[in-house]
Design a protein. Structure first.
Length: 609
């Protein structure tokens, strides 16, 4: 089983000698990187960043648009920008600015903080676009960026913002930013973010407001600064037809605005939405088009409209962040415990057994390939009957314990005997054979879109891939919350290995987590961003460029505006005043607490050995 890497993997991975490897240069195994990092003392979950996967996605976008432009002899240019809201972490942003330099790849900002980041890190000649609601301070910041020499476009979301731009232009020093108008299309998107488009969407100007905006610009001698219209119909657009419909509408608006006197209007910004494939299963695909189809449709439709309306073919801008960012990051977390692991023959209590429990003994002793499925079902039936007998008071707690141990032993034995069966047969008994894998990470911190939107992320082990995985897996995180679980889904079945964690480590990789997951992550139970590592693949192996340790408990307290000195003083005072602690050991306990405050909150694997 390859866990669908041919579907979601984007040709980034291969399986060789039972290990998952990067399909790049020396093709190193991810498990080797994990062991290397852990040998340096970094425990808990790890977030790996692979810059070559950022570069690959940027190259794809520019290459495919360039092909389409050449094929259709399109006269406009193409330009991409990265929306900072998708991932603002420095080890990603700095990489993307450097890797996009050859294309003049720009940045998009949606807040004052993001705009300041763009002004600090963007390549000098690369464009900046500013979307979202703006006050006078943010508009002034846009003027400052223009005065710094940046090619910046302020996208207007309402006429009040345009009035603020006009007012600010009269007070500053002559460098007026480019002005864009967000258009409110009738065309809606699809999927979870469909409401980003349509006439009732949060952002954009109606047709009436567009006409008023052009008049305002003309009256205040700023029409020459109006260079772009912008629209957005949603993130992770799964189908092409909504894109084509929106393009036709936006293309005609562009042409009509040109006719109204917007002579310097030369660009259409499609916003984001370019999807990636998250599915591990052919029957549940998330994206139903290719990048080639997307780029060809965009270029062809805009050319067709421009020719029909007899206006110049506009430059094409896109702000697709998910497509660029998602692939580059992999969350890797160790399995701490299998909840059936405690059930072994040594746990059986010797005593005179009731008849049904004796039958369980007999089932366990005589099970084989021919009767495994039948005996498995029989054991489940027996367990239900025995639990009822316990509730009625006819068997004792030791009998109940023997029941649970024997049924789990039968399940394990049956799964081994049935491992050569087709997965459909295993699915038919999945409720009986489910295993709970306790994994050292927080879903709320590292996979918030799973919790909030039930967004699927590909999951697979990093090794043992030459062994058949037979345990239908539910994944539990370490938060104190029942929602911190990725339950077994028969429609999207995840099978993992039956591992003796007292002898072997077992690591799971969660893929395509580079978009939104980090910036949306919650400090639920005060778990924080995992230790992150940037890794560059070389011809002979790999280089660890930097390791950023997960925040300490003290850091988390400070983020929440606690006074860490006050916390330490309170703890010290209470320990020193405790009458239950021997005076000779108080200094040792104070040291222990101090060390815990300096460490991160994730669990230590050695405790589970």
């Amino acid at each position: 089983m390859n866990y669908g890497i041919d579907i979601w993997g984007n040709d980034n991975y291969i399986i060789e000698n039972g290990q998952l490897k990067l399909k790049e240069l020396s093709q190193p195994a991810l498990i080797d990187m994990v062991k290397d990092i852990r040998a340096k003392g970094h425990t808990g979950p790890l977030l790996f960043r692979f810059p070559h996967l950022i570069e690959k996605q940027i190259n794809f976008v520019y290459d495919y648009f360039d092909r389409a432009i050449k094929e259709f002899e399109y006269k406009g240019k193409f330009q991409a920008l990265y929306p900072l809201k998708v991932n603002q972490f420095p080890n990603f942003v700095k990489n993307i600015v450097q890797l996009g330099k050859k294309y003049n790849y720009g940045l998009e900002a949606g807040s004052k903080a993001e705009l300041l980041l763009a002004m600090a890190y963007n390549n000098p000649t690369a464009p900046i676009t500013v979307n979202g609601f703006k006050d006078k301070e943010m508009i002034s910041l846009g003027f400052i960026a223009s005065e710094m020499g940046y090619n910046i476009t302020l996208t207007i979301e309402g006429l009040n913002e345009l009035e603020s731009i006009i007012e600010t232009s009269k007070k500053r020093f002559g460098c007026v930013p480019n002005i864009g108008l967000r258009v409110r299309l009738h065309s809606a998107g699809v999927g979870a973010w469909a409401k980003s488009g349509g006439i009732n969407s949060k952002f954009g100007l109606t047709s009436t407001e567009l006409i008023s905006a052009v008049k305002l610009l003309e009256e205040n001698s700023l029409i020459q600064n109006f260079s772009m219209i912008h629209f957005h119909i949603g993130s992770q657009i799964t189908e092409i037809p909504p894109v084509k419909k929106a393009l036709r509408e936006a293309g005609n608006i562009y042409a009509e605005l040109k006719k109204l006197g917007a002579t310097n209007l030369n660009s259409i910004n499609l916003g984001g939405g370019l999807a990636i494939e998250y599915s591990q299963y052919e029957n549940t695909l998330f994206r139903n088009y290719t990048l080639s189809e997307y780029t060809n449709d965009v270029v062809y439709l805009l050319k067709e409209i421009a020719l029909k309306k007899k206006v110049p073919e506009p430059d094409i801008f896109i702000e697709s962040g998910r497509y660029i960012a998602a692939h580059h990051a992999v969350l890797i977390a160790p399995v701490l415990e299998l909840f059936s692991g405690e059930y072994n023959q040594t746990k059986l209590i010797e005593k005179e057994n009731p008849p049904l429990i004796q039958e369980l003994y007999d089932l366990y002793s005589t099970i084989d390939k021919n009767n495994a499925l039948e005996f498995l079902h029989d054991s489940i039936d027996h367990m239900e009957s025995l639990l009822t007998l316990f509730d009625l008071g006819y068997i004792d707690l030791q009998d109940r314990s023997n029941t649970e141990v024997l049924v789990n032993l039968i399940i394990k034995k049956a799964v081994i005997l049935l491992k050569d069966k087709h997965y459909k047969e295993l699915l038919s008994i999945q409720k009986s054979v489910q295993e709970r894998y306790l994994v050292n990470f927080s879903i709320f911190q590292s996979l918030p879109d799973f919790w909030g939107l039930k967004q699927h992320f590909p999951v697979m082990p990093l090794d043992r891939l030459d062994e058949k995985a037979t345990r239908s897996a539910s994944i539990w995180d370490i938060t104190c919350d029942s929602d911190g679980e990725i339950g077994f889904n028969p429609k999207k079945p995840l099978f993992l290995h039956d591992v003796d964690l007292s002898k072997d480590d077992y690591f799971l990789g969660f893929f395509l987590v580079g978009a939104y997951q980090e910036v949306l992550g919650m400090k639920h139970n005060l778990f924080t961003h995992p230790t992150e590592v940037t890794i560059e693949i070389t011809k002979t192996g790999y280089e660890i460029k930097n390791i950023t340790e997960a925040q300490s408990v003290s850091d988390i307290f400070e983020d929440l505006d606690y006074d860490i000195i006050e916390i330490k003083n309170n703890l010290n005072t209470k320990i020193k005043n405790s009458k239950l602690i021997n005076n000779n050991t108080k200094s040792h306990i104070l040291h222990e607490v101090d060390m815990l405050l300096k460490d991160n909150g994730y669990l230590k694997n050695e405790e589970y050995r």
